[in-house]
Design a protein. Structure first.
Length: 210
């Protein structure tokens, strides 16, 4: 199963995904491609696959992305190869923007869409400024985009408000756990149980007294 976690920049998507993956087994992370420069501490192939714009554009022409979009002046995308490799035998979680989430919804039936909502605008601005990874111009652009992105929450199946981190992580984990219990997801694993009832031993017939 594929879980799409989306929301405005600075809402805490990456942190929440890290906490949930620590506690839930069988949940792989899809590493997106991007043309932006790595932030301090980021490693290629871990947070993102960092590529130049010509290489990214070539991947678009070759239709190698499940979804891609231009966000905050940079290109981001999820490759089909990443989905195939990381999703083999495991659930897969994607950290992508609203535009990408819309594309996944159209192209991957059954994907679970989860929106991470910041508690208030002022808190989102504080978080963006606190992480000190963007200049004032970039922060202003992200906040401007966030005003439109938060209105897209209605397009998602689930909404988690990231006010208190522990509570938000618990809610995200609950969503994933509940989705794993869907009838259609568990259908195959239920067959052995159903067969055990079909093959139950019959009671021995009582002997009649002479």
């Amino acid at each position: 199963m594929i879980y799409v976690v989306s929301g405005p920049s600075g809402c805490g998507k990456s942190t929440l995904i890290g906490l949930v993956r620590r506690d839930l087994a069988g949940l792989a992370f899809s590493v997106s491609h991007t043309t932006r420069e790595p932030r301090p501490g980021e490693k290629d192939g871990v947070e993102y696959h960092f590529v130049g714009e010509p290489a990214f554009r070539r991947m678009i022409r070759e239709r190698r992305f499940v979804e891609w979009a231009e966000v905050h002046g940079h290109l981001y995308g999820t490759s089909k190869a990443e989905i195939a490799r990381k999703g083999r035998g495991r659930d897969l979680i994607l950290d992508i923007d609203v535009q990408g989430a819309r594309q996944v919804r159209e192209r991957i039936p059954g994907a679970v869409l989860i929106f991470i909502m910041p508690p208030v605008f002022a808190e989102l601005r504080r978080r963006l400024e606190h992480r000190k990874s963007d200049n004032p111009g970039a922060i202003a652009r992200r906040l401007k985009n966030a005003a439109g992105e938060v209105r897209a929450y209605a397009e998602f199946e689930y909404v988690v408000v990231n006010d208190k981190l522990e509570t938000a992580a618990a809610e995200l984990e609950a969503v994933i756990t509940a989705a794993r219990c869907r009838r259609e997801i568990r259908a195959v694993s239920l067959w052995p149980i159903l067969r055990s009832f079909a093959a139950r031993p019959r009671r021995a017939a009582k002997k009649r007294k002479p």
